[in-house]
Design a protein around this ligand. Structure first.
Ligand code: SF4
Length: 283
C-alpha cells in the first residue's frame, strides 16, 4: 500500500485483492473499479497488443463467490468511507467512482457462472449506493455471446443499467486472425454484436495500431465502414470507441507494434461520423 495510483498503474495486485483492482482511469476521468474473473490469465483469444502477462488460452477458473462479495464490500467501503483516496494520493477532482468494469486479465465471459457473478456485483454495488450513479461496464471480446449463459448475464447487466463494450478490431477475416488470433468469423462476431445490442446497450471498442509498418490499410477501413453501414439500422450500438495502444504489449509481437498518429485516428473517426454514428477517439 501507499504507492500513488496513477493512470499507468494498472497492477491488479496493487491493493492485494484477488478479484478487485482500482484503475485511475484517464478514459473515465475518475476511479474505475476493475473486476477480474481471469485470475489465471486466460483468454480464448490472443490479441497481439494484449497486456496480460503470461497469457494462456483457456477459461476463467471457478469463482469464490464469498471472497468476491467480501472483497467488493470491503473495497467499496474503503473508497466511500475510508481513506483509500488519501493513501493512494488521488487528486481531489478524480475522487469519484466512475464505473465498475468487469474486465481483468482475460475474457470474463469464459467464467462458467458469469451471470451469477454479474448479479452479485450489481447487488452489492447497489446496496453500497454506487449504482445507479456509477456505470456498470462489461469489457468483452464478444466471442461467447451466442451462449445462453452469457446472454443471461447480459440481461442481468441490463437490469443494472449496465453496458457492453464489445471488442471489434477488424472487419476482415485476415485482420481478425492477425490481430486477435481469433478463429471466429467476422459474420459470427457481427451476429454476436447484434445479440448483445438487443440485450443491453452496447458500444464498439476498436483498437487501431501500426503492426509491422502496415499502418491503417485501406482494405481494413473499407471493410470496417461496410460492416457499420450494415449494422447501423439493425442494432442498438450506441457508440464507436476508437483507441490506439497506450501501454506495452506482453505478447511476442510487442516490438512490431506502434501507436497510430492522432491525425490518422481522427480522419478515420470522421469517416465513421459521416455514417451518422457517434465516435470517440482515445490516443
Ligand atoms: S480479448 Fe482481451 S484479454 Fe483476450 S487476448 Fe485480447 S486483449 Fe487480451
Amino acid at each position: 500500500m501507499g504507492s500513488k495510483l496513477s493512470v499507468n498503474n494498472h497492477r491488479s495486485d496493487v491493493i492485494g485483492l484477488t478479484y478487485i483492482y482500482p484503475v485511475l482511469s484517464r478514459r473515465a476521468g475518475g476511479l474505475s473499479i476493475g473486476i477480474n474473473f481471469n485470475t489465471n490469465n486466460t483468454c480464448n483469444w490472443r490479441c497481439v497488443y494484449c497486456q496480460v502477462p503470461n497469457l494462456t488460452i483457456g477459461a476463467a477458473p471457478p469463482i469464490d463467490f464469498d471472497l468476491l462479495a467480501k472483497e467488493l464490500r470491503l473495497f467499496l467501503d474503503d473508497v466511500l468511507h475510508g481513506d483509500f483516496y488519501d493513501r493512494f494520493g488521488v487528486d481531489a477532482d478524480k475522487r469519484v467512482i466512475k464505473d465498475i468494469a468487469i474486465a481483468g486479465n482475460g475474457e470474463p465471459t469464459t467464467l462458467k457462472d458469469f451471470a451469477r457473478a454479474v448479479g452479485l456485483i450489481g447487488q452489492i454495488a447497489t446496496e453500497a449506493g454506487v449504482f445507479p450513479a456509477s456505470d456498470y461496464v462489461l469489457i468483452t471480446n464478444g466471442s461467447l455471446i451466442h451462449l445462453p449463459r452469457v446472454q443471461e448475464g447480459l440481461k442481468i447487466l441490463n437490469d443494472y443499467h449496465g453496458q457492453v463494450w464489445f471488442k471489434f478490431d477488424s472487419a476482415t477475416e485476415a485482420g481478425r486472425k492477425l490481430v486477435n488470433n481469433s478463429s471466429q468469423s467476422c459474420l459470427a462476431a457481427v451476429e454476436n454484436l447484434l445479440i448483445a445490442s438487443q440485450l443491453c446497450p452496447t458500444k464498439l471498442q476498436t483498437c487501431l495500431f501500426d503492426f509491422a509498418g502496415r499502418g491503417l490499410p485501406d482494405s481494413e477501413k473499407l471493410a470496417y465502414l461496410e460492416i457499420l453501414k450494415q449494422i447501423k439500422n439493425h442494432s442498438n450500438v450506441h457508440r464507436i470507441m476508437l483507441y490506439t495502444i497506450a501501454r506495452p504489449s506482453a505478447q511476442p509481437e510487442a516490438g512490431q507494434l506502434a501507436k497510430l498518429p492522432a491525425e490518422t485516428m481522427e480522419a478515420f473517426a470522421a469517416e465513421i461520423r459521416a455514417l451518422g454514428l457517434d465516435v470517440s477517439v482515445s490516443v
